[in-house]
Design a binder for this molecule. Structure first.
Ligand code: DP6
Length: 337
């Protein structure tokens, strides 16, 4: 049976991937650094069926079947996944039909990247089910084609995506394993509205912002600070660097053509609260924001409860999700079908 099930964690970027040098290959404009999450993951089962009758021309071309969180995908939504299945088929040199069932353990609109965990799980399960034995580095390159940030979810713990210059060199590598530092991502969900512009659309317009070259030029020292802060487990060095890049990325987004404004009033309420808690109460908590309105608060384990308690008092916070660092993709014995 050509079937495999894999669980992969999402990741939160400390230094962001924003903007593409090559949209077909998802080659970024810079390195990025993230933490793979333990408690925000996707489980995906892929089964391949040989198309023998079809190969003989006796049956019509049956499309791949893709079910995501209980909903059968078709048309444009399925297209991005089918394109990725095509990459796997080309590697294995088969024309088999895929059945894919995928389940996220977190709500799609929670501001956690489901494309990262989703394409990481799909790549590993799909390749293993085809009997392809690829190294984590090659799997990282392959996952990147599906979704840029997915290449980082091929490794657990703290991960750096090397910009590289082509399909084989633009890959993630592990910096430190999950056990290195008990750092937490506390997600403050302030809006569940679907975002108006996808990350894929945003990456393409980043270069239209006059601030984009400045942000990219600012990254080498910031990346070095983040690497060193993670190594030293120093939240007081990590925090300011991640806030700076999140704000720089949103500055690029806001000043792109078209302008992308992902923030909602609740976003600002949380940002101001974080600064207040830090200045007035000495809480060691810092924020980052992806391509959406929800705010990720980064802190060490002993600050999680105080942060959650304070977030619960804010009018615009609808939901709170908490995750520590997690492992790379794990193969599961139990399939989803
Ligand atoms: C803001 O990886 O979601 O979260 O390649 O189009 O799937 P696609 O983009 P995606 O972009 C991530 C953008 C980000 C920053 C980051 O995770 O580095």
């Amino acid at each position: 049976m050509h079937k495999c099930t894999v669980r992969a964690g999402s990741n939160i970027a400390f230094i962001k991937y924003w903007g593409v040098a090559d949209p077909a290959l998802n080659l970024p404009l810079s390195n990025s650094i993230s933490m793979t999450l333990a408690d925000a993951y996707t489980v995906t089962t892929v089964a391949w069926e040989e198309r023998s009758a079809q190969a003989r021309g006796e049956a019509p071309d049956e499309p791949d079947e893709i079910v995501l969180d209980g909903v059968q995908l078709d048309g444009a939504t399925a297209q991005r996944i089918v394109a990725h299945l095509d990459r796997l088929r080309a590697l294995a040199q088969v024309n088999w039909r895929a059945r894919v069932v995928s389940q996220n353990n977190f709500p799609a609109a929670a501001g956690i990247a489901s494309s990262a965990s989703g394409f990481a799980a799909l790549t590993v399960a799909g390749c293993r089910a085809l009997g392809l034995e690829l190294s984590p580095t090659r799997l990282s390159a392959l996952a990147r084609r599906g979704s840029g940030s997915a290449c980082r979810s091929l490794f657990g713990g703290f991960v750096e995506w090397e910009q590289g210059h082509d399909d084989t060199t633009s890959v993630a590598r592990p910096l430190f394993p999950a056990g290195h530092w008990d750092l937490y991502d506390v997600v403050a969900v302030v809006s569940r509205a679907a975002k108006a512009v996808s990350s894929a659309g945003g990456h393409r317009v980043a270069a239209t912002s006059p601030f984009n070259p400045a942000r990219i030029a600012s990254l080498p020292p910031l990346l070095a600070t983040v690497r060193a802060a993670i190594k030293a487990r120093d939240i007081s060095r990590l925090g300011p660097a991640i806030e700076q890049d999140a704000l720089a990325m949103h500055g690029v987004m806001m000043t792109s053509t078209p302008s992308l404004l992902y923030w909602q009033p609740g976003t600002l309420e949380v940002l101001h609260a974080v600064r207040r808690w830090r200045q007035e109460e000495g809480l060691a908590v810092y924020f980052t924001i992806d391509a959406g309105p929800n705010v990720h608060l980064i802190c060490e384990q002993d600050q999680v409860d105080p942060v959650v308690q304070r977030l619960q008092q804010l009018a615009s916070v609808q939901q709170i999700l908490v995750s520590g660092p997690g492992p790379g993709p794990v193969e599961l014995d139990e399939h989803l079908f």
